[in-house]
Ligand binder design. Structure first.
Ligand SMILES: O=C(O)CCC(=O)C(=O)O
Ligand SMILES: [Fe+2]
Length: 414
């Protein structure tokens, strides 16, 4: 394997003795450099791209105050094309783990997911194979997508024995370790911010190969059919309870908040339904599945998004691309349909907010909101087109690759 693209890694314990040691582990600094995937035809890796995917697609995670985005969830919500940005790094990591532990071509990826930990999340001493249903896990690779002291506080990683005892998560670093009791570890409580990782587990057991399961879903998915229809790539939400925080409130929705609405809220956005509660009898969770308009202050963006996930994806895309970085197009005010919110719409927006954000202070604490976020409608307009181009390009790319994946029962990039 060529190491081109692995940006001046300062590896701890690259020698074999470390892989064979009492605590086999490896730290790679700056592994996820922008150069990582230079050789790939798709594009260079962008940590913010994975952040964009997580902030627009995540659901409630497996632990308190944790959110996750798995590849199978992306397929289930009609965003199978969003697995593509994971693939270059997923492949590089697998090669690295196999190389370090001397098991080339023996491993399968068991799980790939974006995982974020918010204020209050922590985990005590454990090994990653410490449940009967996790016994197949042999190795873990955790890629840190943002940084301690910058994006979050708390969240230091500790190994119970051996060195290093503490690891300070910084964007671009990777931690690789065995999933057994030779690497018992913990993560300190997050005190503020959102700590984001791309986490993979590897197994020698083929029956736990994630690719086989993903390909089975992709085979049945519309992206594998020749019926073409317009905009096949619009996301479709999973069930409402998967988006309600905290999850124990999701049976009654009396306190807490919908995480998609929470994410919009901390960026200063609201939304309303096209036909002001035609649907007055409708439940807020059904309205989130209806065509929606984006609202900021008194401005209503007069373009319909097909549902709350579509709207959130475009908004997060805008914040990924950065309003200021976007080259301002010629002034195209007339093409930009921003109208003033009417009285009846104002009331509807308020009601929707009350129902979807029972506890807006909690949403602000969890998603670290409140700061001022840049926004202007001219660049937002451009982004709607850019999102469309980005998405349909990924979709075409997926459709092109899928037959080979199915034939090989393996998801690969190169
Ligand atoms: O995010 C990390 O640093 C490690 C998380 C962890 O220990 C786990 O998910 O099992
Ligand atoms: Fe762990």
């Amino acid at each position: 394997m060529s190491s081109a693209g692995i940006h001046s890694p300062t590896a701890t314990g690259t020698s074999n003795s470390m892989a064979d040691s009492e605590h086999p582990r490896l730290i790679l600094h700056d592994f996820l450099s922008p150069d990582l995937c230079k050789g790939f035809t798709y594009k260079s890796i962008d940590l913010q791209e994975l952040e964009f995917i997580h902030k627009s697609c995540s659901t409630i995670g497996y632990r308190e105050n944790v959110f996750s985005t798995t590849l199978s969830h992306l397929i289930a919500t009609n965003s199978p094309h969003l697995i593509l940005p994971f693939l270059p790094i997923r492949e590089k990591l697998k090669e690295k783990v196999e190389e370090f532990f001397g098991c080339e071509y023996e491993l399968f990826i068991e799980f790939t997911g974006l995982i974020s930990w918010c204020k209050g999340a922590s985990i005590g001493w454990h090994s990653d194979d410490n449940r009967p249903y996790l016994k197949q896990r042999d190795y873990a690779a955790v890629c840190y997508l943002n940084s301690y002291g910058v994006d979050f506080n708390g969240g230091l990683f500790h190994f119970q024995d051996g060195n290093p005892a503490t690891f300070v998560p910084m964007a671009g670093d990777v931690l690789i370790y065995t999933a057994d009791t030779r690497n018992v570890h913990s993560v300190e409580e997050i005190t503020n911010g959102e700590r984001l990782t791309l986490t993979l587990w590897f197994t020698r057991d083929k029956s736990h190969d994630e690719d086989v399961k993903l390909i089975s879903s992709l085979t049945k998915h519309p992206c594998n059919s020749s019926d073409t229809y317009s905009k096949p790539y619009l996301p479709f939400p999973a069930s409402q309870n998967m988006y309600w925080f905290p999850s124990e409130e999701s049976l009654k929705y009396q306190s807490g908040f919908d995480i998609r609405c929470g994410r919009l809220h901390v960026l200063g956005y609201q939304f309303c339904c096209k036909d002001a509660r035609v649907k007055s009898s409708m439940d807020f969770s059904d309205i989130l599945l209806e065509p929606l308009h984006l609202v900021k202050g008194n401005d209503l963006f007069d373009k319909e998004f097909s549902n709350i996930l579509h709207l959130l994806q475009v908004v997060q895309f805008y914040h990924w691309k950065g309003p200021t970085e976007l080259k301002r197009s010629e002034f195209k005010m007339e093409a930009m349909n921003v109208v003033q919110v009417s009285m009846s719409q104002r009331e509807e927006i308020r009601l929707l907010k009350v129902e979807s954000l029972k506890d807006e202070d909690l949403a602000e604490v969890i998603f670290n909101g409140g700061g001022s976020v840049e926004h202007d409608w001219v660049s937002f307009c451009d982004v709607v087109d850019l999102w469309e181009a980005y998405t349909s390009n990924l979709w075409d790319n997926l459709v092109f690759r899928l037959p080979d994946w199915i034939a090989n029962q393996s998801i690969f990039y190169e």
